[in-house]
Design a protein around this ligand. Sequence first.
Ligand SMILES: [Zn+2]
Length: 247
Amino acid sequence: MLAAILIFALASFPQAFSQEVGEIGGERSIEAESGHELQVHCSRERSRAAWKVIDEYLMPFVEQERYQIPSKCRLHPSNDLFRDQEQHKINYDFNQWQCGYCKKSFRAEKYLDQHFDNRHFDRLNVTDGKCLADLCGALHCDHVMDSRSVKKTRCNLAATAKNRHLCESLADRCFPLNLSPSAARLHELFLRQFCDAVTCSGKKKIFPKGGKKSVSVFYLAISILSLMLLPLFYLIVYLHQRYLLFS
Ligand SMILES: [Zn+2]
C-alpha cells in the first residue's frame, strides 16, 4: 500500500509542478498541467496557412461581390476547427502574445498554441470535416507558409488529380453556379485563382488574380505617384501664370 502511494506521488510530482513554457509574468503561480492528450489529427499550422490563403486571396473578392459563403461550404469560418482559438489570440508585439480566454501572456505564438492545446482544448470545434488543413492541397498552403518548413517533393500525379477534384468540388459547393450571378462569377474566379495551378506542369501561376497584399501595394504605388506628381502640377500652373503675367 505504502509502495503504491509512493509510486503515485513520484509519478504525479513533475506534472504537478510543471509550469507553462514561455509564460510571461513576474508572479507566476505554479499550476499543474491539465495533462489532456489532444486527440485531434489536424495540423494547426497548416490550418492557419489555409485560413491565411482564404483571407488574402479569396475574401477580398467575396466581399467585393457582397456574397455570403454558405455554411455547408468547407471554407466557411464555422468549419475551421481552430477558428475560435485563433480569434482569442491577442498579439501586442512580436514577442508578446496573450490568451484571450484567461489573459495569460506568452513570449511566442508557439507557446500560446501549446497553452491552447493544454488548457482550452474544449474550445476546439471537433466535428468531422472541419479540418482546414485537409484543403491545403487545393489552396496551395505551402505558398504562404514559412519556406523552411516546406519540403520539396516530386509532384505526385495521383495526389494532384485528387486535389484538383477537391478544388473543383469546393468551387461547386461554395459558389453554386445557378445560385446567383455573383456566385457564378466567384465560381469562375475560384477555378482560375486556385484550381488551375493544381497541376504537375507547374506552368500555371498560383493566385493569378492577386489578393489583399497586391491590392494594397497597388494603392500605395498610386498614392506615392500622386504625391510626386502634385508639386510638379503646381509648378506648371505657377510657371504658366507667370508667363501670362509677363507676356
Ligand atoms: Zn488561456
